[in-house]
Design a protein around this ligand. Structure first.
Ligand code: FMN
Length: 184
């Protein structure tokens, strides 16, 4: 019989952060996810890690940022993921993920998530010159075929300062909500 006084086990969201200029604002997504009753752990690409305030994220989530592979025998630093949000997602990581390249911990987690049936949403943050490269469209199509949910951010003009003000961090949660039993 389940214990009615046991603390509620919340679903666990991995937020994968890539090296975009807006990466430092990821706290907005963490807060939005926690408000929707997720527990959150952050996985950063090696380049993305340098753009984050590691202490602030540890304080906010209760977990250290993961960025490098653990050594054999080392305890798993994060619980297993119930869902993954890649936000913000770079041109680089999107193309590598779609092509099964796994040369960062973040990509290793993303590439395995498909086979493990873990729902994933990606919020690309790219400029229109990057988006014009033929590989990019192919990568998004490939991710879509894998069941990955894709954010609606329209690429900004290159060398024009980006579009942080219209990047909807919480869109990742909106996309994932129907896939999960977690309250939205
Ligand atoms: C200040 C700065 C801002 C950047 N912003 C973006 C960006 O918004 N989108 C993008 O795709 N790449 C951006 N880049 C380029 C990526 O950081 C670069 O491609 C990097 O290799 C991506 O690594 P990752 O995909 O492993 O995070 C930026 C680079 C710098 C130095």
């Amino acid at each position: 019989m389940s214990d009615p006084n046991a603390p509620e086990k919340k679903p666990f969201l991995y937020v994968v952060v890539c090296a975009c200029g807006i990466a430092g604002d990821v706290g907005k997504l963490i807060t939005a996810a926690q408000d929707r009753h997720w527990d959150v752990g952050v996985v950063a690409t090696p380049q993305g890690l340098g753009l984050l305030d590691a202490e602030a994220i540890k304080a906010q989530t209760g977990y250290p940022i993961r960025s490098a592979w653990r050594t054999p025998g080392e305890a798993r630093p994060l619980p297993l993921a119930d869902a993954i949000a890649v936000a913000p997602a770079t041109f680089n990581t999107i193309n590598k993920w779609a092509n099964g390249i796994s040369d960062t911990l973040a990509l290793g987690i993303l590439c395995e998530a498909y086979g493990m049936g873990i729902p994933a949403a990606v919020l690309p943050y790219v400029n229109s010159a990057q988006a014009a490269h033929p590989a990019y469209g192919r990568s998004l199509d490939g991710l879509r075929e894998m069941g990955v949910l894709i954010g609606s951010y329209e690429p900004h003009r290159p060398k024009a300062g980006g579009g942080a003000d219209r990047f909807r961090w919480e869109e990742a949660l909106d996309l994932l909500a129907p896939k999960l039993s977690a309250p939205a």
